[in-house]
Design a protein around this ligand. Structure first.
Ligand code: ATP
Ligand code: MG
Length: 317
């Protein structure tokens, strides 16, 4: 990669995917894994794949699962200057089981694992700036744990003050909305961000009853550069400061494993903007990356490089 770097921070996890539907993580059956995962991990892998320089702050245990993560991020060239290997606690993990109605059940091991042992905010800010970070991305999935939330907010605020653009994927977890600290963090990061990248579910919680153009223009008037709405099998809708609205239908693909499509979409968009691609071209490639992501088993196994995205797009996109 070249140019300004893309940075992120948060939970690094290995993920196991249940091979049967409607098992709810309660049935003894076959799981596939360990896959490298964690929403911010999926994001930084894809940012590196599209050609951005990438750096990540997080932690793994000194065990085989930690190696799955450090090997993967190393293979795509993510800087490991801020990836800690912590003794005495296991690498974070997630077990996902899909249901016939499209919903998912998760069992997470984050708070009591290495995943939550992030480097300190001051150390992360200094290292991100030294690495030439132009954009810092946060996934709302990192805001459930109180310690990670404080670090994420402090790093976002410190970097914003230093002129770094902030990117935010709310990834809202409804079960956390009763926690006032969680919702305050989501609101603060939304307000601080240059790139706001909600899903339909996020938008329904954050901007209830409001049309896309209305809340996008409100966020842009308050300082955002662009807002892009991820709409699953309906594609995406984006609006930028110049007043351009871009709508992309989804590419038609077979859905094998939808987990991670949103993170992959965000990383493609942010990575390509950082590399200087225009708004509409970046949205088109993010939409293509999301489609490729759902076609592969494993949360970041469907991440893809630039040539694969270009092959999916019609000429002139
Ligand atoms: P996540 O589960 O990772 O949080 P999300 O809800 O943030 O996902 P989605 O809207 O599900 O994000 O997916 C992100 C993007 O991926 C979509 O905007 C679209 O471009 C692409 N995508 C998702 N699902 C499909 C699909 N079934 N077919 C084609 N493209 C898809
Ligand atoms: Mg999401």
């Amino acid at each position: 990669g070249e140019g300004a770097a893309v940075a992120s921070l948060g939970e690094l996890l290995v993920e196991f995917v249940c091979t049967e539907k409607d098992g709810h993580n309660r049935r003894a059956t076959a799981y596939v894994g360990p896959f490298p995962s964690g929403a911010p991990g999926i994001f930084i892998d894809q940012a590196a794949r599209v050609g951005a320089r990438a750096i990540f702050a997080g932690a793994v245990g000194s065990d085989a699962f930690g190696t799955v993560l450090t090997d993967r991020l190393g293979a795509v060239g993510v800087s490991d200057a801020l990836i800690r290997v912590v003794d005495g606690v296991p690498t974070g993990s997630a077990f996902v089981a899909y249901n016939s109605d499209g919903s998912r059940d998760f069992v997470f091991n984050i708070a009591h694992s290495a995943a939550a042992r992030l480097p300190g905010a001051g150390e992360a800010i200094a290292a991100f700036i030294a690495h030439g970070t132009g954009v810092f991305h946060i996934s709302g999935s990192s805001l459930g744990d109180a310690a990670m939330r404080e670090t994420a907010l402090a790093v976002a605020r410190g970097l914003a003050e230093a002129g770094v653009a902030i990117s935010f994927d709310p990834n809202i977890r409804k079960e956390l909305l009763g926690d006032p600290g969680y919702f305050a963090a989501v609101a603060a990061l939304t307000a601080l961000s240059t790139y706001v990248l909600p899903s339909e579910e996020d938008a329904a919680v954050l901007f209830p009853g409001e049309a896309f153009e209305a809340y996008a223009d409100r966020l842009i008037a308050a300082g955002a550069e662009s807002v892009v709405l991820k709409r699953g099998a309906a594609g995406c809708l984006g609006r930028d400061r110049a007043g351009a609205t871009v709508e992309r239908p989804a590419h038609r693909v077979e859905v094998v494993d939808p987990t991670g499509a949103g993170d992959c979409f965000c990383a493609t968009y942010v990575g390509l903007r950082t590399l200087g691609l225009p708004f509409a071209a970046s949205v088109a490639r993010a939409n293509a990356a999301g489609a490729l992501a759902v076609g592969r088993l494993g949360p970041m196994e469907g991440n893809s490089d630039r040539p694969a995205l270009e092959r999916l797009l019609e000429p002139g996109s």
